[in-house]
Design a protein around this ligand. Structure first.
Ligand code: AMP
Ligand code: ZN
Length: 112
C-alpha cells in the first residue's frame, strides 16, 4: 500500500521518533505548528478515526495509553491539545489515522 505513514513506521522513510511500543509509533511533525508537535499513529493501517471499529480499537486504546507518557517526556505538564483530522472537510492530508499532539505554549482558543 502506498501510505506515507506506513513507510515511516516501516523505516523506509526517516522520522524523528518520540515513542514506540508494540502497537503505536510517534514522531515529530515535519512542519511543526507549535513548539511541540508530535504525531501518534497506530502501527496497523487505519485510514482515519472514522474507520475505528470494535476489531481495531485496541490500537486506539494503546495510542491513548502512550499519549500521557510521551506528553510527560515532552515536558507538557501544563497541558496540550489532541487533534485528529478526518476526510475532506477535516483537511486530512495523510490517509493513515494520526493524532496531532500540540503544546509547549498557550494554544489559540479557537479550534475552527
Ligand atoms: P493531516 O493534515 O492532519 O493529515 O496531517 C498530516 C501531517 O503530517 C501534517 O502536519 C504534516 O506536516 C505531517 N507530515 C507530512 N509528511 C511528514 C513526514 N515525512 N514526517 C513527519 N510529518 C509529516
Ligand atoms: Zn498506512
Amino acid at each position: 500500500m502506498d501510505c506515507l505513514f506506513c513507510k515511516i513506521i516501516g523505516g523506509e522513510i526517516p522520522s524523528a521518533k518520540v515513542y514506540e511500543d508494540e502497537l503505536v509509533y510517534a514522531f515529530r511533525d515535519i512542519n511543526p505548528q507549535a513548539p511541540v508537535h508530535v504525531l501518534v499513529v497506530p502501527k496497523a493501517h487505519i485510514a482515519s478515526a472514522d474507520e475505528i471499529t470494535a476489531e481495531n480499537s485496541a490500537a486506539v486504546a494503546a495510542m491513548f495509553n502512550a499519549i500521557p507518557k510521551l506528553a510527560a517526556s515532552e515536558g507538557l505538564a501544563n497541558g496540550y491539545r489532541i487533534i485528529t483530522n478526518i476526510g475532506e472537510d477535516g483537511c486530512q492530508s495523510v490517509k493513515h489515522m494520526h493524532f496531532h499532539i500540540l503544546g509547549g505554549k498557550k494554544l489559540p482558543e479557537s479550534m475552527a
